[in-house]
Design a protein around this ligand. Structure first.
Ligand code: ADP
Length: 264
């Protein structure tokens, strides 16, 4: 609590009372803390791949480059780590743009079924490699007003996770449930699931249940934070149901017509 206290003096100078202005700073402090934690996390996340790139490049320059097998192996590591760095930076920039409402929305009438099909198309290879069964919406037309790129990004992040956290030969289903004013976009998988303890935290930035696993699948720990921000900018909601060892279901509820959405 921030307090400012001043005497309240009458016309002839007599003290009539005290004026106290109380200002609740808990929220401001909390936001400041979140911000500084974020900066600390970002720095840490960026440091890891940079240290690795630097170390392997140094070893190569010190002479390891003359052995062709080592040269290949180390270059591959340097490539992968820079790729990771690139993904991290673009996720961090996306998140900050969304938060600062800096990306203008391009609202249009869309057939969500087409958007789903197009998005999934870009992930076909990964789905085939893991021999996953993919079930798509039954209907051919489900119309809504939305920004296509944003909708794609929501889907892309959810399906990318479904693929990453589902063992080979599992099943991923994308379904749509229409109501008069709302639409549920559901991505469910038969993957490793999320424990009750972790469930409330997975939308936090950089929160990962299993760091090694996320890293291995190329995760940045920002995918769900981005999804949550995007969904909320559309005045939508997201929730998740999950059982460890059985699978997870992410349900995004979006309004079908926008009154005046926040600029994302
Ligand atoms: P990441 O880049 O690590 O996947 P996300 O923000 O997308 O980061 O997700 C945060 C964490 O939530 C993941 O690290 C993972 O532990 C968990 N998670 C997300 N989606 C799923 C899913 N479909 N099944 C199981 N766990 C999931």
């Amino acid at each position: 609590l921030d307090a400012h206290i001043a005497p309240y003096v009458g016309e002839s100078g007599e003290l009539r009372g005290v004026v106290a202005v109380l200002h609740d700073v808990t929220e401001t402090r909390r936001l400041e803390q979140i911000r500084s934690e974020f900066v600390a996390n970002v720095s840490h996340e960026l440091k890891t791949p940079v240290t690795s790139v630097k170390g392997f490049a140094e070893t190569l320059l010190d002479g390891a480059m003359y052995d062709e097998a080592t040269l290949r192996e180390f270059l591959k590591i340097i490539y992968d780590e820079s790729d990771r760095l690139h993904r991290l930076i673009s996720d961090i920039l996306d998140l900050s743009r969304i938060e600062q409402h800096r990306i203008p929305l391009k609202m249009e009438q869309l057939n969500v079924v087409d958007v789903v099909a197009e998005t999934v198309q870009t992930m076909r290879k990964r789905i085939e490699k893991k021999q996953l069964e993919l079930v798509l919406p039954q209907k051919r037309h489900v119309m809504m007003e939305a920004d296509k790129d944003r909708l794609r990004q929501i889907l892309l992040n959810l399906v990318t996770n479904a693929i990453a956290y589902t063992p080979d030969k599992g099943r991923i289903e994308i379904s749509l449930i229409e109501r008069e004013n709302e639409l549920d976009l559901i991505v469910s998988d038969t993957g490793i699931g999320i424990s009750e303890k972790d469930l409330p935290r997975i939308f936090e930035r950089f929160y990962r249940v299993d760091k090694a696993r996320s890293r291995q699948s190329g995760g940045t720990g920002l995918g769900l934070a981005i999804v949550k921000h995007l969904v909320e900018s559309y005045h939508g909601k997201i929730r998740v149901e999950s059982e460890e060892g059985k699978g997870s279901t992410f349900i995004v509820t979006l309004p079908r017509t926008q009154t005046r959405p926040d600029a994302v």
